[in-house]
Write a protein of this length. Structure first.
Length: 335
């Protein structure tokens, strides 16, 4: 018996009846021999971590564009925090931690430079539309490994596609990541907003502090404990009605005071214009894209989609460098 087979038997023994067992996965689009050591979901996690798209997350905006300071979150640290929250919940509910981790680490692979500002810009300018969750799956299925994709399991791709609020994951592990993503961004974005001086703890409505906790840490603890208490032994991951209403109110507070505030968003219009301008340029000049994207065009991919692939894969800094290179005149010198 291989180590992987022993791990699969252990899953059957200790995991909840509602957990997604790796031995019962719906598998990959392209068949592969299984590993002797790692389960399918463990291999998916490793493939995501070693992907180029995952590494680029470290230089992509979470909320504050190009923040001046070492302690503000970026898209990679957000991803890691989602993974940790999701694994804590999954372990308490006896769900498959490996599947939860793979989904969490891959859920934002398709995010654009400049966060949701870049996403909005591409969605508005591209006739095919653009959504980061769809792009995450496209990266996994098509773009990574020179156009071969990562060949992830159905369950991981399903969780990545359905991590948005309106998504309907087919597994409880996907549901865990979906709610953990929301919990994570509300709380660490609030932490960053306090650090930036955009809000203070006293600005949080008193009834929410009384219901959920007096600090970011206490509120996070309240939500995680409530999820575990209300989901244990059930085929659904959910909050109690009272705490869910409190989380929604906290999210609304964040939108009013942070996400839509002039301080946090004063540079977003510039970012959207930059992304839109780059998109139009590369649609007109596809030969200026890098070789791996020109290869996609030769293989029959739609030009507008490939332009989105190229731009959404850029980091904040790289997109600004390309903009300067293309549109900002260079000083003339005889030397």
């Amino acid at each position: 018996m291989t180590i992987r087979e022993e791990a699969q038997l252990e899953e059957e023994r200790i995991l909840s009846p509602y957990a997604a067992k790796s031995a019962k996965s719906r598998g990959r689009e392209t068949y592969e021999e299984e590993c002797d050591i790692r389960t399918m979901y463990q291999r998916d996690r490793d493939r995501i971590i070693h992907s180029k798209a995952f590494r680029r997350l470290k230089d992509k905006t979470q909320v504050f564009l190009a923040p001046q300071g070492d302690h503000y979150r970026n898209r990679l640290t957000h991803t890691i925090e989602v993974s940790q929250i999701a694994r804590t919940i999954a372990k308490a509910l006896r769900l498959n931690e490996d599947l939860v981790e793979a989904i969490a680490l891959g859920h934002d692979l398709g995010h654009t430079p400049f966060g949701h500002a870049g996403e909005r810009a591409l969605d508005q300018v591209c006739p095919l539309g653009f959504a980061h969750y769809k792009q995450s799956v496209r990266i996994a299925e098509r773009l990574e490994r020179g156009g071969k994709g990562l060949n992830l399991t159905f369950e991981v791709r399903d969780g990545m596609m359905n991590h948005r609020t309106s998504g309907t994951p087919h597994t409880l592990e996907g549901q865990v990541v979906r709610i953990s993503d929301k919990i994570s961004y509300i709380h660490h974005d609030m932490d960053d907003a306090k650090r930036a001086g955009v809000i203070t703890e006293e600005a949080v409505p008193k009834y929410l502090r009384e219901l959920l906790g007096e600090t970011t840490k206490e509120r996070l603890n309240t939500l995680i404990h409530d999820i575990v208490k209300n989901s244990k032994g059930r085929d659904e991951v959910l909050l109690s009605p009272e705490i869910e209403a409190g989380m929604k109110a906290l999210r609304e507070f964040m939108f009013e005071e942070v996400y839509l505030s002039p301080v946090a968003k004063e540079e977003e219009e510039k970012a959207e214009q930059l992304v839109e301008t780059l998109y139009k340029y590369y649609v007109r000049n596809p030969e200026k894209m890098s070789a791996e994207y020109r290869k996609l065009l030769k293989e029959g991919e739609v030009q507008e989609r490939v332009a989105c692939d190229y731009i959404s894969g850029m980091t904040d800094q790289y997109s600004m460098e390309k903009f300067r290179e293309i549109f900002i005149p260079k000083g003339w010198s005889v030397y």
